[in-house]
Write a protein that binds this ligand. Structure first.
Ligand SMILES: Cc1ncc(COP(=O)(O)O)c(C=O)c1O
Length: 345
């Protein structure tokens, strides 16, 4: 049942699913074009027990947000990058690709129809979840004959309420997130199901998340379960290069641009070794959810490394405030990253 937006307590939003007014739905045959699609009331869906997604994990998704800004506009942040990444994910999972404009129109339509669920400025955002999966029954291991694309939205609170707490991470030796030439560079649903067990073990031990190592060379770090990783030493900002097993984060790309163009840092997309990470001046994670969040402690085997006295370093702070300033329209959108859904009039 959809929740009446007037009954939502905007101050207590977390990151939990609540039903809004409508969701977008479209279908597509294998090797076909995505049909026009339409909005329908949010509710449950029915699926064949033999659906490709249930049996062989043929599904991909995106994660993005609509923000209410200080100018009372509602905007998306670089949504064309989500559109392109979605299509790359679809192709990798043997599903019909999608035009950027088709994806953007569907996102705009869904957000616009659910505009009353966008939280007030400063109290959160409207999380947008585009997702596509193999619908047709598929008994043998092969691509499904038919696919479904849906977009649902959900108001969510800010990742941090109040002060930012630097993350406490653990280096994972028992589990890898993604293999070279696997599906780590796309948002395949199976990447996330595989991460649940290592994440829950880490959480049971009091860690916030896991740092995954390169499956081919465990001296190299890759990323965190759902965020990219950066290490600063002096004037040099390093992040692991996109060599196939790392998700090309949109926040990662934006932070690299800001670091180079606005902060004058030397940026390097390259191998990032464990020892470079553990001896960095500042370490931080980037992602749609965390924006830019400092890492304060890293546990490697039984050793605990404290980064920048377990507090947010000055460069992390500057990158975070610049990103938020653009998203909130408190700073100039000098790279034209904002995409308007609704004006302030
Ligand atoms: C594995 C992984 N890495 C990094 C990111 C950060 O990507 P973005 O900045 O596009 O949210 C995400 C989130 O989507 C993710 O799931």
């Amino acid at each position: 049942m959809s929740i009446n937006p007037q009954t939502i307590n905007w101050n207590s939003l977390g990151f939990d699913f609540i039903e809004t007014k409508t969701m977008f739905k479209a279908n597509c045959k294998q090797n076909g074009l995505w049909e026009d699609g339409s909005l329908e009331p949010v509710g449950t869906i029915s699926l064949s027990p033999a659906a490709g997604v249930l049996n062989y994990g043929q599904g991909v998704f995106e994660g993005m947000k609509a923000y209410r800004t200080s100018k009372n506009r509602i905007v998306l942040f670089r949504p064309e990058m989500n559109a392109k990444r979605f299509s790359v994910s679809l192709k990798r999972l043997c599903m019909p690709e999608m035009e950027v404009d088709y994806f953007l129109n569907a996102v705009m339509k869904t957000v616009y129809d659910n505009i009353d669920y966008v939280p007030p400025f400063g109290l959160g955002s409207l999380y947008i979840r585009p997702i596509a999966w193999g619908t047709a029954p598929t008994l043998g291991v092969k691509p499904a004959e038919e696919y479904t694309f849906m977009i649902y939205v959900c108001p969510v609170g800010p990742y941090f309420k109040g002060n930012i707490k630097p993350l406490n991470l653990k280096v994972s030796y028992n589990y890898h997130r993604a293999a070279p030439k696997g599906t780590g560079n796309v948002k395949a649903i199976g990447n996330y199901s595989a991460s649940l067990y290592p994440l829950s073990l880490a959480k049971n031990d009091g860690f916030d998340e896991v740092i995954y190592l390169n499956a081919g060379d465990e001296n190299l770090v890759e990323e965190v379960g759902s965020a990219n990783l950066f290490a600063l030493r002096g004037n040099v900002l390093k992040t692991p290069q996109l060599a196939g097993s790392i998700l090309p984060g949109i926040t990662r790309n934006s932070v690299l641009t800001i670091a180079k163009e606005k902060l004058g840092l030397e940026i390097r997309e390259t191998d990032l070794t464990l020892s470079e990470l553990l001896s960095a001046d500042e370490v931080f994670c980037t992602g749609t959810a965390v924006v830019v969040t400092p890492v304060g402690k890293i546990t490697h085997n039984t050793d605990v490394y404290t980064i920048n006295n377990n507090s947010m370093g000055p460069i992390t702070e500057k990158l975070r405030s610049t990103m938020l300033g653009i998203q909130r329209e408190e700073a100039e959108d000098s790279f034209s990253w904002l995409h308007e859904v609704m004006s302030s009039d």
